[in-house]
Design a protein around this ligand. Structure first.
Ligand code: SF4
Length: 345
């Protein structure tokens, strides 16, 4: 990559001048900065929600409470009711608290650190308001920006550890002037061009400077954390058949497959292997094994058969006719085990 960080910022701002999204809380590039109340309100609403979903709520809030002082004087219940449907209601509660704090201060603070002290304003929102409403140089990193930066620099470290590097790179890219436009340009690029699944690199103003594009596989950035391997468990199931019926049990109400009908087994759980001891003496035959993936473990269940043995099963259960086994409601794991036993019988 040959472009300097200054080149990248300049390319992005030039693109933003031509392609900025028209949003009700925004000022057009070159226009005076937008009202901090609008910027803050939209940023709080946009957390976890799409632009399309936010627009009507933003309009309704401005119609009901045109300034932060009017919002500060509103009863909590009214604000909560107007927020209904946007989700994450703690945001609405903090919204009113922050509006009251701003009204007490006589207006929004203009610096990132002071904004950060308002209820509900995290690093991202404080930086966004400081940059967009007050033109302060602030490093604004949301999930969109994270993705763009990780790709531009092909940052191979997986998330969440990579966040420090991503932030440092975003800091290098952020220009001293037009920090608000730069932040919004990054957001627009991330949401419309450098999308997570199929980035539109051919339309991207930064394609010539993008390391991930040069590698040919931009979707692999940001690198996701490795999935934790599931524990591998081993258990045994007992296929006890007499006079054309099989002995079925009811699993304990709690735990995996709780309350389901099943073959007797050796007490395997997601936390430990089964004990492996057959429940009664006899001429057991190993039919094979079935495997099954649960949310918290992978299980290999060995299936052992005892046909027309001498002793009665020692555990509570019932004889179930083999020719009506499909009516027993066995969960998939035990249905697989039963099929295996039948197929190898
Ligand atoms: S070139 Fe492609 S991967 Fe790189 S920033 Fe642009 S859209 Fe994203």
């Amino acid at each position: 990559m040959t472009a300097s960080t200054a080149d990248i910022s300049a390319l992005l701002l030039a693109w933003y001048d031509r392609h900025a999204r028209d949003l009700p809380w925004r000022a057009r590039p070159g226009d005076p900065a937008p009202d901090p109340y609008h910027v803050w309100l939209s940023e709080v609403m946009l957390q976890q929600t799409t632009v399309a979903a936010v627009k009507p709520y933003f309009a309704k809030f401005l119609a009901n409470w045109p300034t932060v002082e009017v919002l500060a004087a509103a009863p909590d219940e009214q604000v909560m009711a107007a927020w209904a449907g946007l989700g994450y209601y703690s945001r609405a509660r903090n919204l009113v608290k922050a509006a009251r704090a701003v009204a007490d201060l006589g207006g929004f603070p203009t610096g990132e650190a002071e904004l950060r002290k308002l209820p509900g304003l995290g690093d991202y929102t404080a930086a966004a308001v400081a940059a967009i409403a007050f033109g302060r140089r602030a490093v604004v990193v949301d999930a969109n920006v994270e993705r763009v930066v990780a790709r531009l620099f092909a940052i191979g470290e997986p998330l969440p550890g990579a966040r420090k590097t991503i932030r440092a790179r975003a800091d290098e890219l952020t220009p001293d002037s037009r920090a608000g436009d730069f932040a919004q340009a990054m957001m627009d690029l991330g949401s419309g061009i450098c999308t997570s699944r199929v980035p539109k690199c051919l339309l991207c103003p930064l394609s010539g400077a993008c390391a991930a594009r040069a590698e040919g596989e931009p979707e692999r950035y940001p690198v996701k954390p490795a999935k934790k391997a599931k524990p591998e468990r081993v258990g045994n199931a007992w296929w006890i058949v007499k006079d054309g019926s099989v002995w079925l049990v009811r699993r304990p109400a709690t735990g995996m497959l709780g309350g389901m009908r099943a073959l007797p087994d050796d007490g395997w759980t997601a936390q430990r292997d089964g004990v492996g001891e057959p429940p009664l003496a006899g001429d057991w035959r190993l039919c094979g094994a079935v495997s099954h993936v649960f949310t918290h473990a992978r299980l290999t269940l060995r299936v052992h058969a005892l046909v027309d043995g001498e002793s009665a099963p020692p555990m509570a259960g019932e004889w179930w006719p083999l020719d009506a086994l499909d009516t027993a409601g066995l969960p998939t794991l035990y249905a697989k085990a039963a099929r295996l036993a039948l197929a190898t019988g």
